[in-house]
Design a protein around this ligand. Sequence first.
Ligand code: 5AD
Ligand code: SF4
Length: 443
Amino acid sequence: MNSKVYIETFGCQMNVADTERAVTGLRKAGYEMTSLPNEADVVLLNTCSVRERAERKVFRRVSELRKSPRHPVIGVMGCVAQLEGSSIFQRASAVDLVIGTQATDRIPSLLARIRDGEESVLDLDERQEGEVWDVSPAERRSPYVAFVPIIEGCNKFCSFCIVPYSRGREKSRGANEIVAEVQQLRSLGYKEVQLIGQNVNSYRPKTEDGLEGYAGATAFSRLLRAVAETGIERIKFTTSFPRDFHPDIVSAIEEYPNLCNWVHLPVQSGSDRMLKAMRRGHTSADYLRRVEIIKSSSRSLALTSDIIVGFPGESEQDFADTMKLVRDCEFDGLFIFKYSKRSRTPAANFDDAVSESDKTARFLALEELQIELQDKTYNRQVGRALSVLVEKQSARSNEDVSGHSTCNKVVNFKGNTTQRGSIVDVLISEAKPNSLYGTAISG
Ligand code: 5AD
Ligand code: SF4
């Protein structure tokens, strides 16, 4: 009997949530989990394919694992599994099992088939009726912060992005189920939930069950209010899509203190020509209008974003437009990516690739600008008191603890690990490049 399972997770929070769900099902089926790949009988790699580099990593890991003396059963799950399907068996013969993104609940039965002697087991099917999102609290990554998926997949088909192919069409969870999960998490002592999805604000459940009685211009803003009413201390949500970002989201945040003051709103480019080629469905002016609404909120909301540099056809002028937009937005945080060609996406057939050296130069120029701007936004926090959820001991000093503010910044301060899981007001005294430092004034 294959009894011990090790799972390695790459990529986004959705993969982290899927791993938690997979572990829940495996334990129910009698498997033990291990954190040591060398003692595992089954190794599962939960993979990401958003950029080519992430995808290559999977195959490197498989060839390392193949050499492990224990010869574990090797399974590939997640986005690479869904996209590459049976070709994974050809490319990496050590792989026994390919588990698509909607087959998470079926892993125990797929492993049983391997145990029964079947080779090369593949499941790329859709989720089946009755497979509800079930994560045992014991399997969650943190005892204080829980990811709660509210929508899976994406219908937007931005021309560079593989997600609509790897995760399928948008499917929203029922609001009743989400609210019940948050209530359960609250009663277990969780302090923060992060509502996650590729585009949370495209949330569109089949029925209004659980949302009746909540005001709100969109199903998502009604859901925010319903989740806020559970009384859980902190609620964050990510990722938001500009076209669907309704001002009522900001109104909901202003009404409920437990809705945190942070919005992650990827723009991808500051050039309208590029935004059109990316098929984003918004212009830079549309984006800036959203930013204006977010920034003029009485809650002083933090704003973070994603940008791709070197999309096919991006000229120096297009890139200058991106630099200008970034300067105008003064993001609290920015994830910068060099464009990576993903086969099957429309952009894979676009001409006019930007050279690697130009991509790198633009990446570095944008990064330098962001560092300069972030220094300003972080220094603005000095002298303010931020509410911080203490998560762990700081990596830098034994005397410091570390956590996130409601505006999702890393904050370190003098404290001890008995404070883990508590929410402490911290007076900020110093801004560092990606974190803040301060002194506890409560808790
Ligand atoms: N190349 C580079 N970056 C990409 N992203 C998505 N697809 C690609 C790609 N093909 C980035 C986007 C997205 C983030 C999660 O990953 O910026 O918002
Ligand atoms: Fe990808 Fe665009 Fe969907 Fe985001 S909105 S997941 S970038 S296709």
